[in-house]
Design a protein around this ligand. Structure first.
Ligand code: SF4
Length: 692
């Protein structure tokens, strides 16, 4: 009875990009338990284990409750002085751009806005990026180049309204389990195709699994396009709203199934029947991708090969269709629009003088403080540290000493930095342990703001707990730093997240992501979230619950037409060889742990649902040939490192391939640092290893 709640509120979940809403019961303003919201158009009363355990992880022993200097507790005044004195000393000696920041996809839109404004217009550095470079950069660039703006077209109703759903490099049954439930709600007797080298949890229940050779996806997609052109299964109406199709047809001549089938590990007949299935004019076909496509050295062209297929078959802008990138983190899309890293705030362009003038006017910041290009990407920041160009780094809510590709490279650059600041909920992460200065942050559940989910829906998160000790919200930390830094008076216009939301609205005006029709957080809560765009005129009527883009066929390019973009595949960055004969695949291993387990590892229940020790999935034939017993400890070595793990016999991986889940800190010691040339996204999905 002592815990009987006296009120309730709602908050969107802070893990994945599905954006489920949770109903939270409070006593005296503090959360006591939660349940999924039944009346929210996203999750329809469901949540995955991570959502159910969202409150439990806030109370762990290693929550940061005070600032730390070299691991020793200090007070905020000293911490703020140290931040400003050390970074300013570096900038005075080496120039403004000698410091950089790396943030996340886990903080709110309002946090992103304030952080990006302070770092770039206040501190004056050009260089900042986020861990969204590791997950969504490929889709951002692919959409932007093809459609003129980073605008995923779909709504979750498309899961329920498709006749054919093609999942490529995506495993929603565990990675996005509530989206997968939406697929299960589909009553159209859909065909579900999974294109993936592994027989994943999703592939196991699909109508058809296409176990392609790793990284032959681009060739396979071009082959499908070749067959569709050859057989004349083109949607002329859709094609009229595109440009570049004739050149694409010329290009496709090299991709006959007879030529490509051996490279894809498929037969000619299998490729041809797949081409017929995805171009059936009587069917609604939707394509869904995540990291199997994005985390590739040629991810942008692969995503665009999917877009090309949808454009040529008319599968866009209609119910149950679309080239649909599913984002990873809860606010990856907020980062894409408001972090001030790749794009100038509000999806604007740093290189466009009109955009710089607009942002300058709206923020009241001098135009010459706005850089005319976006600065370095994540990997370029690491390289710049390595060569001594960047001397100071501020990391917010991410853990590169676990997650960065070829992880030792990150550990190595620590020695090159004069000053490292880490801002996080937990002082125990592998990266926090390296910090000169640690700033304790409130987490999800301890602050207000908005997230944008995969289907472009703004949702509200609410403070339902007091953050421990001296921990402050990221929003308040940035304000405190800006006050101490000096010259940042313009940021005082937005003392609260609700005020900053009004700035986001102003920045979005006239953009494809226009949200000027959303008055405030209360409206978002009452409407069950709102998908962008929602311009002011739309406010006359309640927003439709589900809205998709390109229904009128108007794209955001200057010609208003979508572009066919393509390139021949590049060679593998690290092919297998006699010494390293296995292909290492990495990815998500469970629905119960999140990324580096920084938060979810704190829940006793979630820990019980997943092995604590790193494991390797290996085909039983390979294991027996090497004399490896099931559950025996093995060594996995790449050219960069060697680690140990428990070998699990797994017929779900093909012979010659092995799989390691990304949730364990040692895994990225093995991965090979190669990057997509357009998006700079790291290629986590393929490197050569040996197992013994
Ligand atoms: Fe929903 Fe994702 Fe949260 Fe699970 S982690 S409850 S699927 S938003």
């Amino acid at each position: 009875a002592g815990l009987a709640p006296d009120s309730t509120t709602t908050s969107v979940c802070g893990y994945c990009s599905t954006g489920c809403r949770l109903k939270i019961s409070l006593k005296g303003g503090q959360a006591v338990n939660l349940t999924p919201s039944a009346n929210y158009p996203v999750n329809l009363g469901m949540a995955c284990p991570k959502g159910w355990e969202a409150l439990a992880v806030l109370d762990s022993d290693d929550r940061a409750s005070a600032p730390l200097i070299n691991g020793k507790p200090t007070d905020w005044n000293t911490a703020l002085d140290t931040f400003c004195d050390r970074f300013q000393a570096i900038q005075n000696k080496h120039g403004k751009d000698s410091v950089a920041f790396i943030s996340t996809g886990q903080i709110t839109c309002e946090d992103f806005f304030l952080l990006g404004s302070f770092a770039k217009f206040g501190m004056g550095t050009k260089h900042g990026d986020g861990n969204t470079r590791q997950c969504m950069a490929t889709s951002v660039v692919a959409y932007k180049q093809s459609f003129g703006f980073d605008a995923p077209p779909y709504t979750y109703a498309d899961f329920e309204e498709s006749d054919v759903l093609v999942f490529i490099g995506a495993n929603p049954a565990i990675a996005h389990p509530i989206m997968w439930q939406r697929v299960m709600n589909n009553t159209r007797d859909p065909k579900i195709v999974v294109i993936d080298p592994r027989r994943t949890e999703t592939a196991q229940v699909a109508t058809r699994h296409v176990p392609l050779t790793p990284k032959s996806d681009l060739i396979l997609l071009y082959t499908l396009a070749h067959c569709i052109v050859r057989d004349g299964r083109i949607d002329e109406e859709s094609l009229a709203r595109t440009e570049g199709f004739e050149d694409f047809c010329d290009f496709l001549k090299d991709y006959s199934p007879e030529k490509t089938a051996p490279k894809c590990g498929q037969t000619v007949a299998e490729l041809e029947s797949l081409a017929r299935l995805v171009s059936d004019p009587g069917k609604r076909v939707s394509w869904w991708w995540t990291m199997g496509v994005n985390q590739s050295y040629e991810g942008v062209r692969t995503a665009q090969a999917i877009i090309n297929l949808c454009l040529m078959t008319g599968n866009i802008g209609k119910p149950g269709t679309g080239p649909n990138s599913i984002t990873g983190q809860c606010n990856a899309m907020g980062s894409r629009l408001f972090s001030n890293t790749t794009n100038l705030l509000g999806g604007h362009d740093f290189a466009n003088p009109e955009h710089r003038a607009k942002v300058s006017r709206l923020l009241g910041v001098e135009e010459d403080r706005i850089q005319d290009s976006p600065g370095y990407a994540y990997d370029q920041i690491i390289e710049a540290i390595d060569r001594g160009e960047i001397k100071g780094l501020w990391i917010i809510a991410t853990n590169p000493n676990h997650s960065w590709i070829a992880q030792k490279k990150f550990a190595h650059i620590r020695e090159k930095l004069d000053f490292l600041v880490v801002q996080d909920m937990y002082q125990s992460t592998e990266t926090a342990q390296m910090a000169d200065l640690f700033l304790p942050a409130a987490g999800w559940g301890e602050k207000d703001g908005t997230f944008i989910n995969s289907e472009r829906r703004f949702g509200v998160i609410r403070q339902v707990k007091q953050a421990p000790g001296q921990a402050l919200s990221d929003f308040r930390i940035v304000h405190a730093l800006a006050d101490r830094w000096g010259g940042c008076e313009f940021l005082k216009q937005w003392p609260t997240p609700a005020d900053a939301f009004q700035a986001l609205k102003a920045l979005s005006e006239g953009q494809p992501c226009d949200i000027t029709g959303i008055p405030d957080y209360q409206f978002l809560e009452e409407q069950g979230g709102v998908q962008w765009p929602f311009p002011a005129a739309a406010n006359a009527a309640p927003p439709a619950k589900e809205r998709r883009l390109y229904e009128e066929g108007n794209y955001y390019t200057p010609s208003r037409k979508a572009k066919f973009l393509f390139d021949h595949p590049s060679p593998l960055a690290e092919p297998t060889c006699e010494d390293f004969p296995f292909i290492l695949l990495t990815g998500r291993g469970t629905s119960s742990q999140w990324h580096t387990q920084t938060r979810t590892g704190k829940s006793k229940i979630l820990r019980k649902l997943y092995p604590e020790e790193c494991y390797l999935e290996i085909h039983p034939d390979d294991a027996r040939r090497l004399g490896i017993a099931d559950r025996q400890t093995v060594t996995i070595a790449s050219r960069r490192a060697s680690i140990t793990a428990l070998a699990y016999y797994a017929p779900t991986v093909q012979p010659g391939q092995v799989f390691l889940p990304m949730h364990y800190p040692e895994v990225n010691q093995l991965t090979h640092a190669s990057f997509d040339p357009h998006s700079r996204q790291p290629s986590y999905k393929y490197c050569a290893v040996k197992v013994s």
